[in-house]
Design a protein around this ligand. Structure first.
Ligand code: HEC
Ligand code: HEC
Length: 199
């Protein structure tokens, strides 16, 4: 069993250049309808939550429980991102539950990633060595608060593994920071190729 404890300590996230803010839509008003809020989300996360850019994770088909916990973590300041944090801070608990439920029910579409076959083989080998499937299940299907990562955007997966390794992302109760600490840059590259290729 994995228990999710809130960690008090966190390391400040590395600053992102101001250019990243230029195109950000303003968060939807607190009083806006869920449909209006969904439109704000899809401006970055893509139609139905299927992202078109490696900067934004795909939300479609992700576990509702995981989505809700991430929104809550951004909302309460346990997970940090200059674009996402203000969006989550504008949401109430009911919004977060409704949005998590909505995106979990959208169908994930293929991510269009062109993998390097040799790296995919090495990535698969690494997942068996370090027991990623023990938590994420076979082919990263995910369960409850453990995310589905199969077919996620390559750049996003790579950034998260590097963020866990460097302890820039610490909202995982140690589950990911401990395993990521053992990964080399080459392992992270190979694992990201393998995962993004699981469409
Ligand atoms: C301005 C762009 C932007 C908007 C608008 C936006 N997000 Fe995000 N979101 C991001 C970025 C960037 C990340 C990834 C942060 C990181 O790298 O850790 C993210 C991450 C997330 C995650 C974590 C996913 C995961 O796999 O861990 C969830 C959940 C999420 N967003 C939900 C939403 C919802 C719901 C809305 C609408 C209320 C929304 N986002 C609006 C940029 C945005
Ligand atoms: C001990 C259980 C456990 C193991 C082993 C584990 N993970 Fe995780 N993983 C988690 C949990 C729990 C989360 C969600 C953390 C959170 O709540 O923020 C996560 C999150 C992630 C994410 C971020 C997904 C997103 O949408 O932001 C990636 C990528 C990931 N894991 C990849 C891996 C890889 C690759 C391995 C093997 C090298 C691995 N995990 C091993 C439990 C585990």
């Amino acid at each position: 069993m994995i228990h999710r404890l809130s960690l008090l300590a966190f390391v400040a996230t590395a600053a992102v250049g101001p250019a990243a803010f230029a195109q950000a839509p303003p968060p939807a008003d607190k009083g806006a309808s869920i449909a209006e809020k969904i439109d704000t989300c899809t401006a970055c996360h893509g139609p139905n939550g299927n992202s078109a850019s490696g900067q934004y994770p795909t939300l479609a088909g992700q576990n509702a429980r995981y989505l809700y916990l991430q929104l809550k973590d951004f909302n309460e300041g346990r997970r940090h991102d200059p674009l996402m944090e203000p969006m989550a801070k504008a949401l109430g608990r009911d919004d977060m539950l409704a949005l998590a439920d909505h995106f979990s029910k959208q169908k994930p579409t293929p991510n269009g990633f062109k993998a390097d076959p040799a790296k995919v083989v090495l990535g698969k080998k690494k997942t068996d060595e370090v027991l990623c499937p023990m938590c994420h299940l076979g082919e990263f299907a995910g369960q409850n608060e453990i995310p589905r990562v199969a077919g996620q955007k390559y750049e996003y997966v790579k950034k998260q593994l590097a963020d866990f390794k460097a302890k820039r992302r610490t909202n995982d109760a140690g589950n990911m920071t401990s395993v990521a600490g053992t990964l080399s840059d080459a392992d992270i590259e190979n694992l990201s190729q393998y995962i993004a290729n699981l469409n």
